[in-house]
Design a protein around this ligand. Structure first.
Ligand code: 13P
Length: 258
């Protein structure tokens, strides 16, 4: 069985005081967590502080929102995988659509970042997703498969739990429009099938596949009920302790029946 991951992408938000308050409030209502993992991805300047607050908290992990693939050197403004590890990171988001759109990150960049993360024992959370235009043209699956192959084909992966893939349709990010649970499931199932082609069935069954795009307290249960959806990558709703706690404490069919 795959352990679900509820990941918070804070994007470029929160100062140190706000971050401290948020994590403290979150831990009051969403700790301990069992049979699920929580990954907090703050901006770089908050990593050590947030890492300190969750240190020793079982099933809580720290993620960065970006990484550069070089080990060190004259790359002003960048952070290496080893630097992220030094801050306490276990995960790193790679290829978020905002980075692809505003900072022109290509599939090749994503490949190099994923490779560097894997080599440094950081779990990449690779993001893929189509624009509204691509969706309306019926190209969703082609687009996400192209992004998946571009970042992953040729990587060596010893086990599937070292990789996370997040399907985030661009039109659903920050818009309040979510893909339907069935729609998200269908795209994510195609991604898992392709992971099987790339790495073999055993590894494909271990990779956690997340959905992202306007996930909130009201829609998380239905999304998480889908067989191939192993978690959520949450933006806006992760900036408030009560809404993110409700997402972390999402209800399964079994818990609703009790
Ligand atoms: P929202 O949850 O705000 O739509 O953002 C999703 C996202 O981009 C997470 O990476």
């Amino acid at each position: 069985m795959r352990t679900p991951i509820l990941a918070a992408n804070w994007k470029m938000n929160l100062n140190r005081r706000e971050a401290k308050n948020l994590v403290e409030d979150l831990l009051k209502v969403a700790f301990p967590v069992q049979q699920r993992e929580v990954v907090l991805c703050p901006s770089f300047h908050l990593l050590t502080e947030v890492g300190g607050l969750i240190e020793g908290k079982a099933n809580y992990g720290l993620g960065a929102q970006n990484v550069y693939w070089k080990e060190s050197g004259a790359f002003t403004g960048e952070l290496s995988p080893a630097m992220l590890r030094d801050c306490g990171c276990s995960h790193v988001i790679i290829g978020h659509s905002e980075r692809r759109a505003y900072f022109h990150e290509s599939d090749k960049d994503c490949f190099q970042k994923v490779e560097a993360a894997l080599q440094n024992n950081l779990v990449p959370i690779l993001c893929v997703g189509e624009s509204l235009e691509q969706r309306e043209a019926g190209k969703t699956k082609d687009v996400v498969l192209g992004q998946l192959q571009g970042a992953l084909k040729g990587q060596s992966l010893s086990s599937g739990d070292k990789l996370v893939v997040a399907y985030e349709p661009i039109w659903a990010i920050g818009t309040g429009k979510t893909d339907t649970p069935e729609g998200a499931e269908s795209t994510i199932a195609v991604l898992r099938q392709e992971l099987g082609n790339l790495f073999g069935e055993r590894i494909a069954q271990q990779v956690r596949l997340l959905y992202g795009g306007s996930v909130n307290a009201a829609n998380v249960d239905a999304l998480m009920a889908q067989p191939n959806i192993d978690g959520a990558l949450v933006g806006g709703a992760s900036l408030k302790a009560d809404s993110f706690a409700r997402i972390v404490n999402y209800q399964t069919q079994a818990s609703l029946a009790n």
